[in-house]
Every structure is written in C-alpha cells, then in structure tokens.
Design a protein around this ligand. Structure first.
Ligand SMILES: Nc1ncnc2c1ncn2[C@@H]1O[C@H](COP(=O)(O)OP(=O)(O)OP(=O)(O)O)[C@@H](O)[C@H]1O
Length: 266
C-alpha cells in the first residue's frame, strides 16, 4: 500500500522549472532514494514534500493528506533531516532531544523513556551527555535522525544524510537508517549523490534530470535495463541522467513496470 503519491508535482522559481510534473508513488516501509546530478531538483522535491515550499502546481499526498491543503496534518506524521546541521552544538545530545520532545508535544510523562530509547537505538548512549560540538559528523547525523523520529513518524525524509561523512560515519548512518525501517517499519525517502549508498540500502530509486523523472525502479532492475553486462548503479546514473532527455522526456523509464511486463511475457 502506498504512503506517498505525487501528482504532476511542479515547482517554478520565476520562469525556471526546478521540478517538472513529477509522478511517483512510494510504498509503505520502502527505503527510496532520489538520485540525480546537481540542480536536478531533488532538494526542491523534499522541501515540497515536507511542506517547507509550496508547489506551483500539482500536489502530493502523504497518508492521504495533501501537502497543499493539509500541511498541519502532514507535519505531525513526517520526520525531516535537512542537509544543514539541525542539532545545537552548544547543548548535549540529551538536551537536543529534550528540546525536540517538547517541540513534538510528546507527553511529559513519556519524554524520558522516548529519549532514552532513541539514544540507545541510534548508538549514542556513551555520548548522550557530551556537548554535540564534540561529536563526530556521523554521531551528529544519528542524533539528528533520533531528533526527527522521536514522535515515531511513519515516514522520514533525509536530504543527503551522509554528505561529508567519512566511510565509518557513513556506514553507521546507513546501518541505523536500515534498522529504523526494520524495527519501526519507517518509510525512508532520501536524496543522495552516493551510488554505493543507494545500491546498498534502497529498495527503489528514482533518477531525476532537469526537474523530470528519467527512470524509476529497483537498483537491480535499473542495472538490468541499460543493456550493459556487469552494470553498476553509476552506469545507470550516467545512462539516465546524462544529457539525453528529449524535449518530451521521452526517455522516461518505469523499470519496475517494464520488468513486470517482461516477466509476464516470459
Ligand atoms: N529558492 C530558489 N530560487 C531560485 N532557484 C532555485 C531555488 N532553489 C533551487 N533553485 C534552483 O532549482 C534547481 C534545482 O535545485 P535543487 O536544490 O532542488 O537541486 P538538487 O537536485 O537538490 O541539487 P544538489 O544535488 O546540488 O543539492 C537548481 O537549478 C537551483 O539553482
């Protein structure tokens, strides 16, 4: 069953079209990534889905709520980790979480328990009472994920969650994102530049180029779709996002549909 559906989602800045008629559906419990070159429109999509930016036209529905007309309902059921650091370095991890527990209106008698669970779940028990400015980049990201999931949202948006992290930091963030999906069935929607990340943890990915969807499917399905032996997701990225979109976006490929059809046809 789908948790998120965009319908002709479009955003203009002046006369420039940053997101152009996006139609995607995300299933409950999926880890889904938006991929694409710089300026493809990924962050603009995330900003619209998290109600920070209104669409120029079209709409999107999360749990059936419209991002245009039901922003308050949407804000209660989503978590969002932006690209920019959102934790306060001059506070401890615990204090940051405490602040978010209040912001999310978690009942006072449940706050301590909820914060403790989040700290343990994100592997931050040893550093909960240290100032965040002493944290590594990976620890800060895990704290931010803990902050934005304290209210147990069914869907979490992450904009470039591992940019700037070293390989160890990246790995622990990936592990914790996967654990969130497994333990709480949280749907994860993220943007990333790292093909390795998308390939390793995503159930499906969408490739965007110049504001348009150019392909969508499982990493395996997309690799199989480009007709190159031993193709990597990097090859897929180049294939679908290199300067090959026709005016009508005619290269758009829905690989999952295509592959299902192929399966039926034997
Ligand atoms: N507030 C804004 N005003 C004008 N143009 C904008 C604004 N925000 C984004 N854009 C433009 O819209 C396009 C899409 O930007 P967006 O940040 O969504 O891309 P992106 O795919 O997330 O890129 P990156 O990977 O570099 O973060 C870019 O050309 C960008 O310059």
């Amino acid at each position: 069953m789908s948790i998120l559906e965009t319908k002709n989602l479009t955003r203009l800045f002046g006369t420039f079209t940053a997101v152009d008629g996006l139609d995607i559906t995300i299933e409950r419990g999926e880890i889904f990534a938006l991929l694409g070159p710089n300026g493809a429109g990924k962050s603009t999509v995330i900003k619209m889905l998290t109600t920070l930016l209104p669409p120029t036209s079209g709409d999107a529905f999360i749990n059936g709520f419209s991002i245009k007309t039901q922003t308050n309902e949407i804000r209660k059921i989503i978590g969002y980790v932006p690209q920019m650091i959102s934790a306060d370095g001059s506070l401890t991890g615990y204090e940051n979480l405490s602040l978010f527990a209040k912001l999310y209106d978690i009942p006072r008698n449940q706050r301590k328990e909820r914060i403790k669970e989040a700290i343990n779940f994100m592997g931050l028990a040893d550093s909960a009472y240290k100032l965040v400015k002493e944290y590594s980049g990976g620890m800060i990201r895990r704290l931010e994920i803990a902050q934005s999931t304290l209210h147990r949202p069914p869907i979490l948006f992450l904009d470039e969650p591992t940019t700037g992290l070293d390989p160890i930091g990246r790995n622990t963030v990936w592990e914790h994102i996967s654990a969130l999906q497994k333990q709480y069935s949280t749907t994860i929607v993220m943007t990333t530049h790292l093909m390795e990340e998308a390939d390793g943890i995503c159930n499906r990915v969408a490739l965007m180029a110049r504001g348009k969807l150019s392909a969508i499917g499982t990493p395996e399905g997309l690799k199989a779709s480009i007709g190159k032996e031993g193709a990597t997701l990097e090859d897929v990225f180049i294939h679908y996002t290199a300067d090959n979109l026709g005016e009508s976006g005619s290269n758009f490929r829905n690989v999952s549909i295509e592959r299902k059809t192929t399966g039926r046809l034997g």
